[in-house]
Design a protein around this ligand. Structure first.
Ligand code: HEC
Ligand code: HEC
Ligand code: HEC
Ligand code: HEC
Ligand code: HEC
Ligand code: HEC
Length: 273
């Protein structure tokens, strides 16, 4: 009888610790506060993931070209652009020229007047659709789009995983008539428990969720070592500076502010801040 009571008491104490301490791993309050304070605010929903390219445009006497991830990712997986079409995942890195896209590369692969409005068409504000004069139009289009999507608290304010699961978006995985793509190896189907720097880590990583949008080469070997726990210096701080998970989860995918989507045992307290 006595041990049963003890178990109940211990059970309650653990539950309290979970709530107060913010997780089964009891991450320290001041450690968490420090990370929260150093997490950059992610700005208005419509602007998150919007890349503004001005280097070459300005030199060519044009307004900056504006590329919105939210509108494009609803139609295509990341793989289409970042693998098949060769866009870099670092802003400004691709170095797109007019000559390239006029010959069907990069934006020109789709903006050909068939799949989407053409890069050649200068009539009726054709150039200004990309070389945006006024970003207000993009904001208005976003509001209309977002109203139909499952909400989230950070990033675009859209839960993209849920949108995918509920069939609200059905992004294409290739531009050419669907090729059969590789299936995920059996051993990668179970979520991976991460704990390279922080043995108390409660973060699970799902290859399956990511493979739906990305290719192995999006992450290996540049961002992550392919050997389990082989990634060095894999701290939250590095994530916040845009390395590792932050390479996507600070710019396009739900950002680091959304602690609980990765740290499943972290309490709400930390999101309210
Ligand atoms: C229609 C094409 C397209 C799709 C689809 C797409 N991207 Fe991009 N992405 C781009 C372009 C263009 C850039 C800017 C490249 C440059 O400036 O050189 C970019 C840049 C990025 C960057 C760097 C952004 C920054 O601000 O530093 C990240 C990260 C990224 N993409 C991730 C993703 C992820 C994750 C997905 C899928 C959810 C995705 N992209 C889908 C075209 C695309
Ligand atoms: C994989 C195909 C694809 C690529 C690559 C692509 N787009 Fe698009 N884009 C589309 C489609 C489809 C639409 C919507 C159809 C339409 O409006 O004609 C669109 C719409 C747009 C719009 C209208 C506003 C919005 O966001 O919906 C802008 C601006 C735009 N694209 C800019 C770009 C730029 C800049 C690039 C290159 C950096 C680019 N796109 C690359 C397919 C693509
Ligand atoms: C689908 C989007 C899109 C459309 C439409 C578009 N552009 Fe561009 N343009 C870009 C992107 C992206 C860049 C590279 C931006 C940068 O790095 O500054 C660019 C760069 C340029 C540059 C400077 C680079 C160079 O190689 O000279 C000029 C000039 C230019 N565009 C002219 C035009 C004109 C004129 C039109 C209309 C006939 C037009 N663009 C329509 C996306 C577009
Ligand atoms: C995109 C996923 C993701 C999000 C969102 C995220 N984290 Fe992390 N966090 C990680 C990963 C991955 C690690 C390192 C795990 C390891 O050691 O392998 C980590 C580690 C940590 C650690 C352990 C100390 C350290 O530096 O390694 C703390 C504390 C932490 N995160 C707090 C936070 C807080 C607070 C937030 C919200 C502001 C947050 N995290 C959001 C993925 C995330
Ligand atoms: C979004 C990023 C991402 C993508 C995409 C991705 N991986 Fe990984 N992968 C990781 C991370 C993170 C780890 C853990 C690294 C660590 O612990 O240091 C990992 C670990 C692995 C491991 C070691 C797993 C174990 O249990 O030992 C293998 C093997 C692997 N990945 C193969 C692949 C293959 C094959 C693909 C494509 C089908 C792929 N990965 C796609 C991020 C990714
Ligand atoms: C190359 C880009 C990329 C990298 C690197 C990456 N992710 Fe993601 N992740 C995505 C995309 C795309 C999604 C889809 C949701 C979104 O975009 O908001 C996603 C979704 C998720 C989800 C949501 C799953 C759900 O069911 O809601 C979690 C959790 C997650 N990532 C954790 C991580 C962790 C932890 C790391 C680092 C070990 C990481 N991701 C690295 C691109 C990336």
């Amino acid at each position: 009888m006595g041990t049963k009571l003890l178990r109940v008491v211990v059970g309650i104490a653990v539950a309290v610790l979970l709530l107060v301490g913010g997780g089964a791993y009891a991450l320290e309050h001041d450690e968490l506060d420090k990370i929260l304070k150093s997490t950059p605010a992610n700005g208005p929903f419509w602007k998150y993931g919007t890349v503004i390219m001005y280097g070459k445009s300005r030199k060519g006497g044009m307004k900056p070209a504006v590329f919105a991830h939210w509108s494009h990712r609803a139609k295509y997986t990341c793989r289409v652009c970042h693998l098949d079409l060769g866009f870099s995942m670092r802003s400004g890195d691709t170095g797109i020229t007019r000559e390239q896209y006029l010959s069907g590369k990069y934006c020109g692969a789709c903006h050909d007047g068939k799949i989407a409005f053409s890069v050649k068409d200068g009539s009726q504000g054709g150039c200004e659709k990309c070389h945006l004069e006024n970003q207000k139009s993009l904001e208005v289009a976003f509001e209309k789009f977002a109203a139909t999507m499952p909400p989230a608290s950070f990033g675009n304010g859209i839960d993209w995983i849920k949108a995918l699961r509920e069939g609200k978006i059905t992004p294409r995985n290739t531009l050419t008539p669907e090729q059969s793509s590789m299936t995920l190896p059996e051993k990668l189907r179970q979520p991976l428990k991460l704990g390279t720097v922080s043995p108390r880590s409660d973060v699970l990583f799902s290859h399956a969720e990511h493979f739906a949008e990305l290719d192995c080469s999006s992450c290996h070997p540049e961002i992550f070592n392919i050997k389990k726990k082989g990634t060095q210096q894999f701290s939250m701080e590095a994530n916040l500076y845009g390395s590792y998970c932050g390479a996507c989860h600070m710019f396009v995918s739900f950002p680091m502010n959304d602690c609980r989507r990765c740290h499943s045992s972290m309490s709400n307290y930390y999101e309210a801040n």
